[in-house]
Write a protein of this length. Sequence first.
Length: 191
Amino acid sequence: MTDGNTIANTSASVDRISVKIPPFWPNDPEIWFLQVENQFTLANITSTTVPDNIVRSLWLGRLPSSTQAILATQAKASLDAVAELADTISEAIAPRAQISEASNALESTIDKLTAELADIKIQLASLSQAQAQTKTIRRNRSNSRGRPYPRDISYSRERNSDICWYQYRFGDQAQKCSPPCKHQGNIAGSR
């Protein structure tokens, strides 16, 4: 049950949390710190004290997961008591085991990524080779699609409108003359 006085004494305020911190100026750090302080003032972050519950949540979030699980049972304990308990837990747990686990996990992740990268390189090489072969085939096809013999350009320039192309090309041996071919050997285009 909550006490009515506790609720009345709590002031509700909503402040901006976003702060734009400018890039650090190594040539003039005093001005940089003044700008950062002004940004904090603009964001209404001027208090020098931080509530214990915020410190506790930030601090617990950075502890190893096994320590977090144990300290989660100590929700009502003071921050100092929880800190001492965390120290005791960290002394009891061998830090070497955690480090080796992390390095083994890191090594296996690196090995997997290296293998995937090698596979991607092989696939890229095969795709490049296939693309080069496709270009070569297309180039050869485009060269062979033209007429096997050069077109008789002189026919179009010197074309006599009295004879057809067949007569011009094959002369007396033309067999597919088409009208209006008026060659003497072609009787009314019947050939």
